[in-house]
Design a binder for this molecule. Structure first.
Ligand SMILES: NC(=O)c1ccc[n+]([C@@H]2O[C@H](COP(=O)([O-])OP(=O)(O)OC[C@H]3O[C@@H](n4cnc5c(N)ncnc54)[C@H](OP(=O)(O)O)[C@@H]3O)[C@@H](O)[C@H]2O)c1
Length: 238
């Protein structure tokens, strides 16, 4: 049986490292998807450039669904914390509708669009493992510091949507397991402006986190519910 893995957001620090880690395993096909035209990682990956429009999402997911191999791994890594004209909010008065909408679009809506577009692929799968990059700061129960309104809320909303999807999958795609994954603080362009104060031993390389994530997906059993796990496999309260 031929097996395939898909990484969406493969141009990012964590996405690239996950694709490389999967390419080192025995998958027959690794599909990477990104806004970038080329993939900078392992040359064995089949790369797709997407503008993340609805039509592009559906065209690429359908083409991958109809390509050889059963979908065994899907990792969706897209996420932003700030943009050219906005920073993560430190106070309520900084919440800006346009910036918040953009953060929600990239962090919540896009991952769910991709997940939905790959549902057809899940029908062929027997034991698919899916990780969507969430964040511990999306935990409502764990929020003691406040701030970062849009980023926190977009990840909390992502977790809720993933919970809905996991309930649907338990009915329709019984072998599928969904994980909302917190990678820890990882040395990528997303975290770079915010790394001050992070002890060196808590600042992970993308390669370390990718190895953890790939190992976790190999080990995790089907539970019929969403797992919200950190890089160490420990559960996070919703
Ligand atoms: N780094 C950390 O410390 C940390 C901590 C907790 C959670 N996370 C989460 O981990 C994930 C990966 O982040 P990273 O650390 O690898 O950051 P990164 O290197 O900045 O990568 C950014 C990711 O977001 C996508 N992206 C950026 N702007 C986008 C836009 N306008 N539209 C659609 N997609 C866009 C990129 O996809 P393309 O391939 O298409 O460019 C890429 O997958 C994110 O979901 C982030 O929230 C990271």
């Amino acid at each position: 049986m031929t097996r395939k893995a898909v990484i969406v957001g493969a141009g990012g620090g964590i996405g690239t490292a996950v694709a490389n880690a999967l390419a080192a395993q025995d998958y027959d096909f690794i599909h990477t998807i990104s806004r970038s035209e080329a993939f900078a990682g392992d040359s064995r990956c089949d790369h797709w450039c997407s503008d993340y429009s609805e039509s592009s999402i559906h065209e690429i997911a359908a083409a991958i669904e109809h390509s050889p191999g059963k979908l065994e791994r899907l990792v969706i890594s897209n996420g932003i914390l700030q943009g050219e004209s906005f920073r993560p909010e430190r106070a309520l008065k900084q919440v800006d509708a346009q910036a918040t909408q953009h953060v929600f679009h990239v962090n919540t809506i896009l991952p769910m669009q991709w997940l939905g577009a790959f549902e057809g692929g899940l029908r062929q799968a027997e034991r698919a493992r899916i990780a969507v990059l969430s964040a511990r700061v999306g935990s409502i129960g764990d929020n003691r510091l406040g701030g970062w309104y849009s980023y926190r809320a977009s990840k909390a909303a992502l977790n809720m949507m993933l919970r809905c999807a996991s309930i649907e999958f338990a009915r329709r795609h019984k072998g599928t397991q969904l994980v909302a994954f917190h990678p820890g603080t990882v040395d990528t362009s997303l975290s770079r402006p915010f790394q001050r104060g992070v002890p060196a031993e808590r600042l992970f390389t993308p390669e370390f986190v990718a190895a953890r994530l790939v190992g976790l997906l190999d080990a995790v059993e089907t539970t019929g519910d969403l797992l919200y796990l950190d890089w160490d496999g420990k559960p996070i309260p919703f």
